[in-house]
Design a protein. Structure first.
Lengths: 398, 265
């Protein structure tokens, strides 16, 4: 760690600066406490490490390539590298976390797995590892998301999961998370809740971050091979709750010369009333068990967000990102639906890669921000666009 | 913990006074601003008039994690009706001119945090609110950050325990409580269920045998005379929430007497 730098990791009480903690009803205390007491110990076990790494390699297909995007680089006159999480089994970074958590759940003796999902990527990744381990799987998904991510719903069902629609509130990710938490309250003994992003009560944000940190661990040695140096000038990732971002930043958090860019969904525009740009529109508060930045009314009611991308359609950010924002360690940018869709299409045309709409948000920053020709910019290509085809078709009238 | 108990009768919190009465207590939860925005005060008055011992006024929240579908729906409607902390405080500003029983506000932490915890507590004291139940404010955060504020304004904070709460943690919660302990009947969100089984009575007995400093009041799953009687065999009182909200949903606010009578007789 560089001297004089703030600590960006979680502290022993479960906080990132003033953000984080475990603001949970007493009904959840035993479950969360069990996890808190065990997660670091379990993750440090050589047997666990071995199994985790083996599955990431043979089952997920890691390491994911760090690809020098030549034509994109030429277009924007800088050096763009794409971290190809889209090439993982199931098509996104989400599976890094679900592999870790399913092994954790097994160590804790849990037989029943629940999850929430927005885009359906986390739901698919959870259904996949449950099939792999022979565990029961229940996925909560907002009714709106079920409609806009139909292929992923079908995939979950094929993988043996039960998909339960969340019918309350905005019927998107926030509401699916509420339902999953309620399920956990009602099933405290045999169930493990696999949270899909770097959110929730401590230790979830830290545990998810650590499972996803394989992304930046690989970037370091891969970039060394490409560029002869481990540290890029910029790391860029989109933020829903912030798990692909947390994994992409993790090993660079305390590297002073690495700039961090966090990309949020502006929806129809930050000031349009239809947005999910939490860092701009949010205030400190409590959501889903942690203190963080969230979009809310002056009376403390959580606001319903909007983004074309189901995975970014969340009214908060993980507590680590709230801290990165508050301390200005990360630069936060907001990208509209339109700019994201265009950036997605551009990647198709220039590089032959169809990105997830979530990831397209991260790619859109090149239209807004100018980099130097010899800057090395690593962008997390968090997922592939198969699940979004219908959205792309409709948007571009293909 | 002792500061409140030691106070003489005049300054003693209404909750502590009520807990000293030689009877089983019936506490009713309702969602403020539901079914109509201006029902709050008349519901409170009606509940007292019909012999309810204590009231939990639900401050609605957009994302009530610990609540089942009945209270979720009433909260959503109350928010649509325009309920906020400010509106509630305005509705309650003269409540102590007509109502004497203990009043507790039950709400999630975020709206209280946005109002400002100290400002919220101060307002509660001005109005004559006796206590708060904040399900997602953990005991240790309360103890570290907010206990002195609650005490400054004479408010009792009520904590929950569940069948999964360890004895050690129950003792810790008991040591920080100064009114009663909210004994959640089973691992669940709110919502009426039909009767208590072996498992629950064993749990009630286990807690009873711990001889805690604070009396216990059972909540979640109490819906009628049978469950009220069962629960109060083991505890000082019981709280009815969803069943009352359902009653108000189906029968309106003019037959509260019918509901209370059916529970007490
Ligand atoms: C491809 C992809 N990228 C990003 C996200 C956003 O999640 P997070 O911020 O946790 O990485 C999602 C969520 O569903 C996703 O599917």
């Amino acid at each position: 760690m560089t001297k004089n730098m703030e600590n960006y990791n979680v502290n022993e009480k479960g906080y990132y600066g003033e953000f984080g903690g475990a603001y949970i009803p007493e009904m959840l205390y035993p479950n969360v406490e069990e996890l808190r007491q065990n997660y670091l110990k379990v993750m440090a076990e050589p047997e666990f490490q071995k199994e985790f790494n083996q599955l990431l390699k043979d089952y997920v297909g890691r390491p994911s390539p760090l690809y020098f995007a030549k034509r994109l680089s030429e277009k924007y006159n800088t050096k763009v590298y794409l971290k190809r999480e889209d090439l993982n089994h199931t098509g996104a970074h989400k599976i890094n976390n679900t592999i870790g958590q399913i092994l954790m759940a097994k160590r804790l003796g849990k037989r029943r797995i629940i999850a929430e999902t927005g885009a359906g990527q986390h739901g698919v990744a959870t259904a996949t590892v449950c099939a792999l381990m022979g565990l029961e799987c229940i996925v909560y998904m907002g009714e709106i998301d079920i409609a806009r991510q139909a292929p992923n719903v079908a995939r979950m069902k094929m993988l043996g999961a039960t998909v339960i629609p969340a019918l309350s509130g905005s019927r998107t990710l926030k509401d699916a998370t509420n339902e999953a938490i309620r399920d956990w309250i009602n099933n405290p003994v045999n169930t493990h809740y696999i949270i899909g992003s770097a959110i929730g009560p401590h230790p979830y944000p830290d545990m998810v971050t650590k499972f996803q940190s394989v992304i930046s661990e690989e970037i370091k040695w891969q970039l060394k091979e490409h560029e002869g140096r481990e540290n890029p000038d910029y790391v860029v990732a989109c933020i829903g709750g912030g798990s692909n971002a947390a994994g992409t930043y993790y090993h660079f958090l305390h590297e002073k010369d690495v700039n961090i860019i966090a990309v949020e969904a502006a929806g129809l525009g930050v000031d349009s009333g239809e947005s999910a740009a939490t860092s701009v529109l949010g205030k400190e508060g409590i959501i889903h068990g942690c203190k963080t930045l969230l979009m809310q009314t002056s009376d403390g009611q959580i606001t319903e967000p909007y983004s074309i991308s189901a995975g970014l359609d969340y009214p908060g950010v993980g507590p680590m990102h709230a801290h990165l924002c508050k301390t200005e360690r990360a630069e936060f940018m907001a990208i509209t639906d339109d700019d994201a869709m265009k950036a997605g299409l551009k990647l198709c045309e220039l590089e032959g890669i169809i990105p997830a709409i979530e990831s397209s948000h991260a790619l859109a920053i090149f239209e807004q921000k100018t980099f130097k020709p010899d800057d090395v910019v690593v962008v997390s290509l968090s997922g592939r666009g198969d699940k979004d085809l219908e959205n792309y078709i409709e948007y571009f009238k293909i | 913990m002792d500061s409140c108990l030691r106070r003489n009768d005049k300054t003693m919190n209404r909750i502590n006074k009520k807990l000293k009465e030689d009877k089983k207590l019936l506490s009713i939860y309702f969602t403020a601003g539901y079914p109509s925005i201006n029902d709050t005060v008349s519901i409170i008055q009606d509940l007292e008039k019909n012999g309810v011992d204590m009231i939990e006024i639900g401050l609605p929240f957009s994302d009530p994690l610990a609540d089942g579908s009945t209270i979720q729906a009433s909260s959503t409607q109350a928010l649509k009706n325009g309920m906020t902390s400010e509106v509630l405080f305005n509705q309650l500003k003269d409540i102590r001119q007509s109502v004497n029983i203990p009043l507790i506000i039950m709400g999630y932490f975020n709206p209280i945090y946005q109002y400002g915890v100290e400002a919220f507590c101060k307002k509660c004291q001005e109005i004559g609110i006796d206590g708060l139940i904040i399900p997602d404010l953990p005991v240790d955060v309360y103890h570290e950050k907010y206990q002195t504020i609650f005490e400054k304004y004479g408010l009792i904070n009520v904590f929950l325990i569940t069948p999964q709460t360890s004895d050690e943690r129950i003792r810790y919660i008991d040591s920080i409580s100064n009114g009663f302990i909210y004994m959640v009947s089973s691992a669940s969100t709110t919502g009426a269920q039909s009767g208590f089984g072996e498992e629950q009575t064993q749990y009630f007995e286990r807690i009873g045998n711990m001889n805690l400093n604070n009396p216990q009041i059972v909540g979640f799953g109490i819906s009628n005379n049978q469950t009220f009687t069962q629960a109060t065999q083991y505890a000082k009182g019981a709280i009815i929430g969803s069943a009352f909200v359902k009653h108000v949903t189906n029968e309106g606010v003019n037959s509260i007497d019918k509901f209370v009578k059916s529970v007490l007789n």
